[in-house]
Design a binder for this molecule. Structure first.
Ligand code: HEM
Length: 349
């Protein structure tokens, strides 16, 4: 373990390594195949996912009480949220507790990837509710498991930047490109998933502590090398298009630069694109860092493939993932007033 990562671990404070659990290791690499277009018509059913990212966020993960009925709880959560733009997702443990419910095919508990030091107190949950604040949803039958508020630090140019001072979101797929978003985000009819999943999406949350003091001691040139982008302007250091074909040795964009690993821009990597939504956090028990979230139609082809490519990247020395989880975001309900998020999951058609 490097000095930098040891410093991060020491900084985790009350949420730190005492409670850290080395979870099941991530599955070894396998050759991914591109996402098939899907047989059904396009669906873009979680409007809060593709809406413009809000300046603040609040993620609250809950577990259901042993005697709680998921149908009652999900209806109650929906009613309490009223019309607020919210993302409501379910975790693998809900399906462990209620084996009669049809589990999304790829939904497991998030494993620990090689550089992670996961703390169970900051991981998983039966239900995850994400709003733009101010308070959590309180529902009978739910116990809070973890909660993390996030924000975008003010930047003089009004851009969204992380606590390392770099702009966020540039490489995201264009949310106004409906065919592209429909091919990458929502589960579609014809996908090998339970019928209720159509229109929903796999959501990944990673709570990542950042070693800002160490980062701030680096030169801007080194910071730019780590990301592969200019700090001020956000311009890529090299030419990402065509698989960095003009820079095979990494003279312009280092081979271990974050953006080069995250998206190698090959024809094959197009199928592995994800929609990222990140916020910064400062928390008395978890230092400061990044709430990374992303959405995709296929967890393996999306986040898991990208995360495996990031293993050993230059950014790893300054980050420590200690929490988060895998979830499945419930499709928006129909306009019918009696409908609620998750109705098709908990009631038989
Ligand atoms: C603390 C951790 C992280 C930080 C500070 C960070 C920061 C950044 C920044 C500054 C960019 C360039 C601007 C942009 O396209 O948004 C970027 C790009 C990207 N990041 Fe991260 N990121 C982090 C973690 C992750 C993780 C965990 C993943 C996925 C497993 C990821 C996937 C990507 C992707 C796919 C791109 C776009 C690359 C491109 O298309 O050029 N990042 N990230």
């Amino acid at each position: 373990m490097t000095v930098r990562r040891r410093a991060l671990l020491a900084g985790l404070g009350a949420a730190g390594v005492a409670g850290a659990v080395a979870c099941t290791p991530a599955r070894p690499d396998s050759a991914p195949s591109p996402v098939a277009p899907g047989a059904g018509p396009p669906v873009a059913k979680v409007r809060a996912v593709t809406a413009a990212a809000r300046a603040t966020t609040l993620l609250v993960a809950y577990d259901l009480d042993a005697d709680a009925d998921p149908a009652v709880v999900l209806r109650d959560v929906h009613e309490r949220l009223d019309d607020a733009p919210a993302i409501v997702s379910v975790g693998a443990s809900l399906f462990d507790r209620h084996p009669g419910l049809a589990r999304p095919r790829l939904l497991t508990a998030m494993p620990a990837f090689p550089a992670d030091v996961l703390d169970e107190r900051w991981c998983h949950g039966d239900v995850l509710v994400q709003t733009s604040g101010p308070g959590p949803v309180v529902s009978t039958g739910l116990r809070e498991r973890w909660r993390m508020p996030g924000f975008h630090p003010p930047a003089p140019d009004g851009s969204v930047r992380n606590l390392f001072g770099f702009r966020e979101g540039t490489g995201n797929p264009d949310v106004t490109d409906a065919p592209l978003i429909d091919s990458l985000l929502p589960v579609r009819r014809g996908d090998d998933e339970p019928a209720w999943c159509v229109g929903g999406s796999y959501q990944v949350v990673r709570l990542i502590q950042l070693a800002t003091a160490i980062w701030d001691g680096e030169t801007v040139a080194e910071q730019e090398r780590v990301f592969g982008r200019r700090k001020e302007t956000d311009a890529p250091l090299g030419a990402p298009d065509a698989g960095y074909a003009t820079d095979p040795e990494g003279r312009l964009t280092a081979l271990d630069a974050h953006i080069r690993r995250a998206n190698p821009h090959t024809r094959e990597s197009e199928a592995h694109r994800i929609l990222r939504r990140s916020w910064s956090y400062r928390h008395p028990d978890a230092g400061e860092g990044q709430i990374f979230t992303c959405f995709q139609r296929d967890l393996e082809k999306g986040f898991v493939t990208v995360q495996r490519r990031l293993a050993g990247e230059a950014l790893e020395r300054y980050t420590l993932t200690f929490g988060g989880g895998y979830y499945f975001t419930l499709p928006d309900p129909s306009g019918d007033p009696s409908d609620f998020r998750g109705r098709t999951l908990v009631t038989r058609a």
